[in-house]
Design a binder for this molecule. Structure first.
Ligand SMILES: Nc1ncnc2c1ncn2[C@@H]1O[C@H](COP(=O)(O)OP(=O)(O)O)[C@@H](O)[C@H]1O
Ligand SMILES: [Mg+2]
Length: 338
């Protein structure tokens, strides 16, 4: 990939742009803030993320891909355009772009995403499916006639796929991932401790006290919010056991998706996966104990990829080099200039 080629991982939680030379050149939360009065975008990425739950009425802070589908097309398009422009700056270049979009995004929405890349100056756009990018980025050799399984746990969706000979053999996706974990944690504290906590507080609890395999009962964290009883500020001490209890059902749903993929994978490939193990990618792979949980559930080895948050982004531009060998999951999109 030359310096004029960009890889874009349009995730539900984070958007990452890579270049051949520089690795990741942009890494921002998939969030955009819109001023309803002036009808203008006022911030995107990290700056907009900081406004979540803290913005006045007239400012809409939007996660345009929240649940793994595009919930706000205009804002999704604008966000992609702004991110590409931030990377290419004022340079007069028309990059080739490989983009990875969540599996739940429809054909029409894909087209809209591609169009926004074109409006930011893209010359050619390719789309790649997330599992292919994730495995490449995790350093797996997917070209051999050998089964590989990836479980990519992002913000909106968890995607499970098996590949062999550079193509996807079986896949499944569930809308249970990082965002669902946060919502479950919020609900848990609401029900059990009668305290209303914000989304970002839930995220902190998940990151600091998440442990799905061997949760300790020791109170090592705190959350604060509003008491549902007094209506006043309140805080409670929490343990890993609290977080584990809150998210167990979601983790079970992800295991269910893995099971469904095993069931439709040809036996030879299941044998390969048994031998080689499962790879975890995406931010959710950082949840402590998840690898051990999967090993216990399925009796297969499981490893967390290096830098799991960056796998798909790395894989997008690696895919560029091996595009002739990829059998499916990589598509050149015809772009019409507008
Ligand atoms: N240490 C961690 N433990 C658990 N979850 C984490 C951790 N770090 C990040 N995450 C979660 O990972 C998700 C983002 O992962 P990412 O792969 O970037 O998603 P997407 O591809 O959908 O943008 C978020 O929901 C975030 O809360
Ligand atoms: Mg992702």
């Amino acid at each position: 990939m030359s310096a004029l080629d960009l890889g874009i991982d349009l995730g539900t939680a984070n958007i990452i742009i890579t270049t051949g030379r520089g690795g990741a050149v942009l890494n921002e939360p998939t969030v955009i803030a819109f001023d309803r009065n002036s009808e203008k975008v006022i911030a995107f990425g990290e700056e907009a993320y900081k406004m979540i739950g803290r913005a006045p009425e007239h400012i809409a802070v939007i996660k345009p891909l929240k649940d793994g589908v595009i919930s706000n097309n205009d804002m999704a398009q604008e966000l992609i355009r702004l991110c590409i422009l931030k990377v290419i700056g004022r340079r007069l270049i028309n990059p080739r772009i490989v983009m990875c979009v969540p599996s739940g995004v429809t054909a029409v929405e894909r087209k809209a995403v591609v169009e926004s890349a074109v409006s930011a100056g893209a010359r050619t756009v390719y789309l790649i499916e997330e599992p292919v990018a994730a495995l490449l980025g995790a350093g797996e050799d997917i070209m051999r006639p050998f089964g590989r399984m990836v479980v990519d746990i992002g913000g909106g969706t968890s995607d499970v796929a098996v590949t062999s000979l550079g193509g996807i053999v079986a896949a499944n996706s569930v809308k249970k991932a990082g965002n669902a974990f946060n919502a479950s944690i919020q609900r848990y504290f609401d029900e059990k401790y009668k305290i209303l906590i914000g989304e970002r507080m839930a995220e902190d609890a998940k990151i600091n006290c998440g442990n799905i395999f061997w949760p300790s009962g020791e109170k090592t964290g705190v959350v604060s919010g509003r008491s549902l009883i007094t209506g006043m500020p309140a805080r409670v001490e929490i343990s890993e056991a609290d977080v584990a209890e809150a998210i167990t059902e979601d983790v079970e749903a992800i295991a269910g998706a893995v099971r469904a993929v095993f069931e439709k994978t040809p036996p030879e490939l299941v044998g390969d996966i048994y031998e080689h193990g499962v790879v975890l990618t995406g931010g959710g792979a950082l949840l402590r104990g998840l690898d051990l949980y999967i090993t216990r559930e399925f009796g297969v080895k499981c490893r967390v990829a290096d830098d799991p948050l960056g796998c798909v982004a790395r894989g997008t531009h690696m895919a560029f080099r091996v595009r002739d060998k990829l059998r499916n999951g990589f598509e050149k999109v015809n772009v019409s200039r507008i």
